[in-house]
Design a protein around this ligand. Structure first.
Ligand code: ADP
Length: 581
């Protein structure tokens, strides 16, 4: 089973130093609890019970009996550092795995997210990674410490077994130990509860994760991959700090209890000395209490733990090993500012499932053409537009920009030349200013305001008490549909890319937004190659060229007047829209 985890040992490599200290501490703690303790008693008891102690001063006597707490101290401290370090290594490994997982999500093709629900991906990235960490740390902890304890204890037990006589003192010690331990347990539990409170309040990691998953298009269109990874890495670190605070208390509890118990036991010894109890009985008791029970219990649980870990690993690997279909070719050429001529040559496309969605589409769109894509719903308009920023690659033929096959261009350069405005634009839970800035991170305040003015967004932004510093809520929840649309247009103005892809909102916007958006659009399209998935006839009429789609083919191409006169499908679509308006 352990071989399945082998590929992940590489995550441990940077932690080698810590790991060796942790292992060393594990061995020390194991031996101290298994063999050290009974042996200590074996050395101390004869002094107490053989009458030799009569010759000692009270201080010397104290020195002798304190040997036992000292062994416990050694065991407790080594054990503490063993578990703490293993946990620290575990969280670092987890952090690395989780970051790799998240990084992978930034570059996976969009088709991947249509096949996998975001909830499922969330639980893989968080719970399964967590489970894997629990497994790794539990196994790493116990696989060294428990056998060491067991072997040490068994050796002593076998050696001493024949001396056992009575059990009187068992009851005495069993009564003393819990009494001294209860108050610590109580305080410790309270501490742990407070620490875990902090932890549950840190839903930040999940929040950023799920938001990122709902903005897959924006991340690609605006080249936000690095920014997103950074944001996630920071939240992840905060979470880890809180978790380690929790671990610090939690893992200190057991050794603390044992140290106190050891003090209790040592005073029981004093009592034993007073009432002249039998040394061997005492030894047997301690052996029975500490020797073999814990390690056997723990080793028994490891098998189940490994199974849980393997399940989690399978689910993580399903994502980590998904091939990234859309990547830069090795010899990808850089592209600065494109002129914006688009070519589709015999392009065919089908989603993974079935039916071809685009069939043998050939068209040349000269730079600076404002193209409206019209046609019945499901005809392939969005799919056609999505091929331009390479959200998908065609299965046949090729798409070109300025004469170059898109697949030969650097992906980030290609996308830098494109502004995408979707039907339902996604805003990040950040200020309006930062939401606009994603379109061009190097823009100045003046640039941002200029773009917002052009999109008729400046006035409504200033009407908020905090203006551009207003935080918009998750997915822009605090803004109306029309306001979000205008901010999306402001992003496109700011980006000022030679190619604009616009999916018009189908839902009715308030009339003020509607008018503002129409005015802004007229400005925005000037001098750009524009693909508008058009739902409004006003937009359609303003376009220089219209592409009519039907069943995955471009059935007509021309101006409004030409098509209205010569194409039945176009005329019926157009007339129907005009009637409903
Ligand atoms: P339009 O934009 O013209 O309404 P689309 O390009 O969105 O059309 O869709 C074209 C066809 O592809 C439709 O039949 C649609 O059901 C199908 N389709 C769209 N997206 C997917 C997808 N992710 N997986 C499978 N089929 C899809």
């Amino acid at each position: 089973m352990i071989t399945r985890f082998r590929p992940y040992f590489s995550y441990l490599r940077p932690q080698r130093g810590l790991l060796s200290v942790a292992i060393l501490c594990g061995i020390v703690a194991g031996v101290a609890s298994g063999a050290g303790l009974p042996l200590m008693i074996d050395q101390v008891f004869p002094v107490i019970f053989s009458g030799k102690a009569d010759a000692l001063s009270p201080w010397q006597l104290l020195g002798v009996i304190l040997w036992i707490p000292v062994v416990f101290l050694l065991r407790g401290v080594a054990g503490y550092f063993n578990t703490y370090l293993i946990q620290l290594i575990g969280t670092r490994v987890l952090e690395a795995i989780r970051l790799d997982f998240f990084r992978k999500l930034q570059v996976l093709p969009l088709s991947f997210f249509q096949k996998n629900s975001s909830g499922d991906l969330l639980s893989r990235g968080l719970s399964d990674a967590n489970q894997l960490q629990v497994t790794l740390t539990t196994v790493a902890n116990e696989i060294i410490r428990s056998p060491a304890t067991l072997i040490g204890a068994l050796t002593v037990i076998v050696w001493k077994a024949y001396q056992i006589e009575g059990v009187t003192l068992v009851l005495v010690t069993l009564a003393v130990v819990p009494l001294s331990v209860l108050p610590i347990r109580y305080i410790g539990k309270k501490l742990i509860r407070r620490a875990s409170h902090i932890q549950t309040e840190l839903g930040g990691v999940t929040g950023i994760f799920s938001e990122n998953l709902t903005a897959t298009k924006e991340v690609r269109a605006f080249n936000l991959e690095e920014r997103e990874v950074g944001r996630f890495a920071r939240a992840s670190q905060t979470l880890i700090r809180a978790q380690m605070k929790f671990v610090k208390y939690e893992k200190a509890l057991a050794p603390l209890i044992e140290i106190v118990a050891a003090v209790g036991i040592s005073f029981t010894l004093l009592y034993a000395y007073k009432v002249q109890l039998d040394q061997k009985t005492f030894t047997t008791l301690l052996l029975a209490l500490y020797a073999s029970y814990e390690p056997i219990k723990k080793l028994g649980g490891l098998n189940n733990e490994m199974k849980r870990g393997l399940g989690a690993l399978d689910r993580l690997e399903a994502v980590l090993q998904t091939p990234v279909a859309i990547v830069d070719a090795l010899d990808a050429r850089p592209l600065h500012r494109a002129t914006g001529e688009l070519g589709f040559e015999n392009v065919g496309f089908a989603y993974a499932t079935a039916e071809p969605v685009l069939r043998d589409v050939t068209i040349n769109i000269p730079a600076g053409t404002v193209c409206a894509l019209v046609g019945p719903s499901g005809a392939g308009k969005s799919t056609f537009a999505n091929l331009v920023p390479r959200f998908f690659d065609p299965v046949a033929g090729r798409v070109t920009l300025d004469g170059h096959d898109l697949r030969a261009l650097r992906l980030a350069d290609l996308r830098r030349n494109i502004a995408v405005v979707s039907q339902d634009p996604v805003l990040f839970n950040d200020t309006i200013f930062n939401n606009l800035l994603v379109a061009r991170p190097e823009a100045t305040v003046a640039d941002v305001e200029h773009a917002a003015r052009a999109a008729y967004a400046h006035d409504f932004v200033l009407s908020f008490p905090e203006g551009y510093a207003t935080v918009v809520g998750e997915r822009g929840a605090r803004l109306s549909g029309g306001q979000k649309q205008r901010l999306a247009l402001a992003r496109a103005f700011l980006r000022n890319a030679p190619i604009l892809i616009l999916d018009e909102a189908t839902s009715a916007l308030d009339s003020e937004s509607e008018a503002a958006i129409q005015l802004a659009l007229r400005q925005l399209v000037v001098g750009k190659t524009v693909l508008i998935i058009a739902h409004r006839f006003s937009t359609i009429r303003d376009a220089t060229k219209i592409l009519v789609f039907d069943h995955g083919e471009i059935v007509a191409y021309g101006s409004h007047a030409e098509l209205h006169a010569g194409n039945d499908l176009y005329r019926s679509l157009y007339d129907r829209q005009q009637q409903s308006a």
